[in-house]
Design a protein around this ligand. Structure first.
Ligand code: C2E
Ligand code: MG
Ligand code: MG
Ligand code: MG
Length: 293
């Protein structure tokens, strides 16, 4: 802002900017070493059916704890995407997902949650050898791609729809499921949606926030759920925090929900306990969640 004139004003402005640049630089340098320093970990946020009685899957969420203290993915992911660090980091996360998927089936067999979902950055889809690398990782962990849901944000997807579409088709041919993340914040056209190899739409938290009291949000959520269902897609609402939101989502026919109302992102052991408790609330009639059928 040029309003901040005078020597002190300019000095203040420049100092703030310099500080920001320094911070970004230190984050981008730190990210390059994060894997070998073992500073990355993952959490699992359960996704439940619209009744909230059973865990049908989980989203894997990356955490970074450098020596100076944890940094939010909302801060470091965009920087990792800019510098390209997201490519090795994304591969590391993907391997964790494959490992978890195979482990769930070993641990729970038929009762295992139906899928693990993992965020994929558009930058990863630009890697020429992605399909070969992904095949290798799947083979290493004896993982089932039909139980892995790849989440790509609507904004990233539409920014370079041709390249992304080609890669997503390749991934879908390998058996992976695909979700559009943060749906409603980007600009997909109906025509594009029908051409995409997509199984799931995740409605962005921004719309869920207002569903019970903002008529605009309510209208968007209702329309998106109607659209998704008409196209044969499964719908997940993100960021569900209170029962009023859940009630509206149920009325609109939303299939699945994710949010603090049910679970926060959990450590592995907490996740295992949550799934086993969910078997009990399902009682003797617990059946494997038929998520994609
Ligand atoms: P996302 O993929 O849309 O993930 C959902 C985010 O919403 C997560 O934030 C989750 O903790 C948060 N959330 C879930 N339920 C609630 C709720 O009820 N209330 C509130 N306030 N928040 C809720 P998180 O873990 O901080 O991740 C932020 C974003 O960072 C993710 O948004 C995703 O875009 C990105 N991200 C996280 N892990 C990865 C990763 O492994 N790879 C890539 N490329 N991006 C990642
Ligand atoms: Mg996501
Ligand atoms: Mg999301
Ligand atoms: Mg998001």
């Amino acid at each position: 802002e040029v309003k901040e004139q005078g020597r002190d004003g300019w000095h203040f402005f420049n100092a703030g900017l310099e500080e920001k640049v320094r911070k970004k630089l230190s984050i981008s340098n730190g990210l390059r070493l994060a894997i070998e320093r073992r500073e990355l970990s993952v959490r699992f946020q359960p996704i439940v059916d619209a009744l909230g009685t059973r865990i049908v899957g989980a989203e894997m969420l990356l955490r970074w704890h450098p020596a100076e203290g944890p940094i939010s993915p909302a801060v470091f992911i965009p920087i990792a995407e800019m510098t390209g660090s997201i490519v090795p980091i994304g591969a590391w996360v993907f391997a964790q997902a494959c490992q978890a998927e195979a482990e769930w089936r070993r641990r729970w067999g038929e009762r295992a949650p139906a899928y693990i979902s993992v965020n994929v950055s558009a930058r990863q889809l630009n890697e020429k050898n992605l399909l070969d690398e992904v095949k290798d990782t799947i083979a290493t962990h004896a993982s089932d791609p039909a139980r892995i849901l790849l989440e790509i944000t609507e904004t990233a997807l539409m920014a370079d729809i041709d390249t992304n579409l080609r890669m997503l088709r390749g991934l879908a041919d390998l058996g992976f499921r695909v979700a559009i993340d943060d749906f409603g914040t980007g600009y997909s056209s109906l025509a594009q949606l029908t051409k995409l190899p997509v199984n799931v739409l995740k409605i962005d938290k921004a719309f869920i926030d207002g569903i019970a009291h903002r008529p605009e949000s309510r209208a968007v959520v209702k329309a998106v759920i109607g659209l998704g269902r008409a196209l044969g897609l499964k719908m997940i609402a993100e960021g569900v925090e209170n029962p009023a939101q859940l009630l509206e989502l149920r009325n609109f026919g939303c299939d699945f929900v994710q949010g603090y109302l049910f679970y926060r992102p959990l450590e592995k052991n907490q996740f295992i306990d949550a799934v086993e408790q969910s078997f009990e609330t399902g009682g003797q009639h617990y059946e494997p969640p038929l998520f994609f059928l």
